[in-house]
Each structure stands twice: as C-alpha cells, then as structure tokens.
Design a protein around this ligand. Structure first.
Ligand SMILES: [Zn+2]
Ligand SMILES: [Zn+2]
Length: 390
C-alpha cells in the first residue's frame, strides 16, 4: 500500500516531463535523458541531483513498465478519496492502523505492569533494548550508483555510509580503555533476576546493571558505554558483471553491529545503473539498435558495430533483411556468474528526411522500377469496400 499512497501524491508523468498519453518509447527516451543529466556520476557531491535522480528512477520504475503504468493510471483515476486515506481523505488522522501497531503502556507501579514487564522483556529478545540476551544488529539500506560500464563488467567498489558501528575506542566493550567491566554482583552476570510469584516464576531485568550482566565503572569517553557510535563507514562491495538497475545486493553482516554478542545485521544495496547512450541491457544480453540504409538492408552489407568488452565486431546483413531484424553476436554480452550473454543487434531502416538531387533521382528510378506492391494483401479488402459503397 505504501507504493500506492505515493501514487496519489506523485505525478510521475510530470516528473519525467511527458504527457499522460506519451508512448512507452517516449517515456523511456525522456527518462534516459533526465537520468543522464542528473546521474550522481555526472554530478559528484550534488545531493539535489541525487534526489532528483532517485525521483526520476522511482517514476520510471512505475510508468516505464506498461503493466505497472496501467495500474498507476487506474489508481490515480480514483482520486485521493479512493479509500487509502490520502491527503484530504476521510477522517483526517487519528484512528485506524498506526504504523507502530499496538502500544502497551504499563505504569511502573508494581503489580500487573511489572509482571508483564518481566514477561515482555523475556519475549522481545530480538528487539528489546536492555535485555542481556543477544540482539542482532539492524539491517541497513543504501543506494549504489554505477556507471553502465561498471554494471556490465562487474566492479569492486566502496560504499560510503554513516551508521552505528562498533566503537573504535573501546571496541564495543563500553568501558574506558585500560579498565574492565566487572560482573554485576546482584545478578551474577545473568542480567535477569528471578521473581517468584506463587506458582509462577518470572524473570526481570536486573535493575543494578540494566540487564547487561556487567557493570562499567568508567564508561568509554567516546560512546559513553553504549559500545557503538555513529560514524562514517566504508564497505567494500563486489558487484557481479551484468547487474541490472534496481537489483538489491545483500552484504551479510555488514549492517549495524549486534548487542551483547549478537550477530551484525545485513547491508542491502539498491543498484542504480546510469543509462548508456546507445547500449542497453536485457538480462545478461547487451542490446544495440543500428540504423541502416534501405540499400544496405535490400542488398546486404557488413556492419561494424561497437562492443563494450573490447574490439568492434562485424555483423553480416543478408540481402533482403527485414526492418527490426535482430542479429545475435554470441558471447559479447555480460559475463555474469550464471553465464555469458550475447550482443543483440537490431537493425532499423533509416528514412532520410532530406534527399540530394542525385539521391532523389535514384529513389524515383527505384520507385518507377518497383513492380510489386508491399500492400497487395490489402487489395481484396479495398475492393470489397468499394463494392459495398456502390
Ligand atoms: Zn566506546
Ligand atoms: Zn545485574
């Protein structure tokens, strides 16, 4: 639903500078142009350009895909009153499903609150912030911007991010260097105290050490005992060849550090690939559209085309090759871990907008010499229509 709410608020056509009636081709063209202009590679350090690039990418993710675009158009015709509680929607805040779900807020006046408090502490080891139980670090997410070339060939790159990391002063122990945390005398390092309530026995976090099991007499001056600090980090990432735009790469254990010996979270990278001037990727295949003249398509020709992995290649056009025919050059696509793709060359017969006198003469001679109409299959239908008119 989150995506759909955004659909109401954002006019993706406006973002891409196209009309709502634009063809898929026009949308792609507009996207490529804007993405090239605002790509972070072209604007290093320009956060506004980066924001703009993300916005353009998000817009193209939806309206660049014919099926998603249809859905988007439909959702938008519903208007903001369409039941998602968009801006100006019914109710205006308050009830419903808050993002945090149920909030239990017990007082700390003994009795039930404390009883349940003990239970909950036990039950929320994954997220509890005090428990001495091992806690896994949070997953992190960041964007990775790649040039088309790097995405095609694969690259080992460095991701810069600011996040919680193990404190560099105390290496996560929380104690001032040269001092040692001591075992809590009240809970003997367990972090919890047993509390007998008749038939039941509940465990509560130890108030002496706040559930850590250890007492720090002299906290680390950098992290004040937390064991972690916010700081810029560099993470090396190996990106395989042939990675496509929008891919999420998971780097296990490179998220935030865990607590009390718990494992670190993961780091997710969302890959953004800058569009190329002429090439595009289709899975592991590299695609290229090559304009040819009508004589080349009709008579046959050898075309020399560029590749991304080395020398140009020559593709042979057979005489009478139809427009939009795709020729395959084996093994010149991306060398992905799952195999190497091909280069797919699609030819497009170019029609000159202007003719020189000599060209005009030649084309007119061709026209005069042409005996077969390419539309002969329509003749039957045309005559039938004429007969009906009479
Ligand atoms: Zn520290
Ligand atoms: Zn304790």
């Amino acid at each position: 639903m989150a995506a759909q709410r955004e659909w109401f608020e954002k006019n993706y056509y406006e973002i891409l500078g196209v009309s709502a009636e634009a063809s898929q081709k026009e949308i792609t063209r507009a996207y490529r142009k804007l993405a090239r202009e605002s790509h972070p590679d072209a604007n290093p350090g320009d956060t506004q350009a980066e924001e703009r690039f993300k916005e353009i990418s998000a817009a193209y993710d939806v309206v660049g895909d014919a099926a998603k675009r249809k859905e988007y158009d439909e959702v938008r015709t519903l208007g903001p009153m369409g039941g998602f509680g968009g801006p100006g929607g019914a109710g205006g805040g308050g009830g419903g499903f808050g993002p945090g779900g149920i909030n239990l807020d017990f007082g700390s006046d003994g009795g039930l609150g404390d009883l349940l408090g003990g239970l909950f502490t036990r039950g929320t080891t994954a997220r509890g912030n005090r428990g001495s139980a091992k806690r896994r670090g949070a997953d992190l997410e960041t964007d990775l911007f790649l040039s088309f070339d790097d995405a095609f060939k694969g690259v080992t790159t460095t991701v810069h991010l600011t996040s919680e990391a193990v404190c560099h002063t105390c290496h996560g122990r929380g104690a001032k260097p040269g001092t040692t945390p001591r075992t809590c005398p009240r809970c003997h390092g367990r972090g919890v105290l047993d509390d007998n309530q008749g038939l039941f026995s509940f465990s509560q976090p130890c108030p002496e050490c706040a559930g850590r099991g250890m007492l720090i007499d002299e906290p680390c001056p950098t992290c004040h005992g937390a064991g972690t600090e916010r700081r810029p980090r560099e993470v090396k990432a190996r990106v395989p060849a042939g990675v496509s735009d929008g891919t999420r790469i998971r780097l296990k254990g490179r998220g935030e550090p865990g607590a009390n010996g718990g494992p670190a979270g993961d780091l997710y990278l969302t890959v953004h690939v800058a569009p190329h001037e002429v090439f595009a990727m289709s899975g592991r295949n590299l695609t290229l559209t090559v304009p040819v003249t009508f004589p080349e398509a009709a008579l046959g020709a050898d075309l020399t085309v560029p590749t991304l992995d080395g020398d140009p290649v020559t593709v042979r056009l057979a005489p009478g090759t139809p427009n939009r025919r795709t020729l395959r050059v084996k093994g010149r696509g991306a060398a992905t871990p799952k195999g190497t793709g091909d280069l797919l060359v699609t030819i497009e017969v170019a029609v000159p907008a202007k003719l020189s006198a000599a060209e005009r003469k030649a084309v007119e001679a061709l026209d005069a010499a042409t005996t077969q109409s390419p539309r002969s299959h329509l003749d039957d239908l045309l005559t039938r229509h004429e007969e009906a008119e009479v």
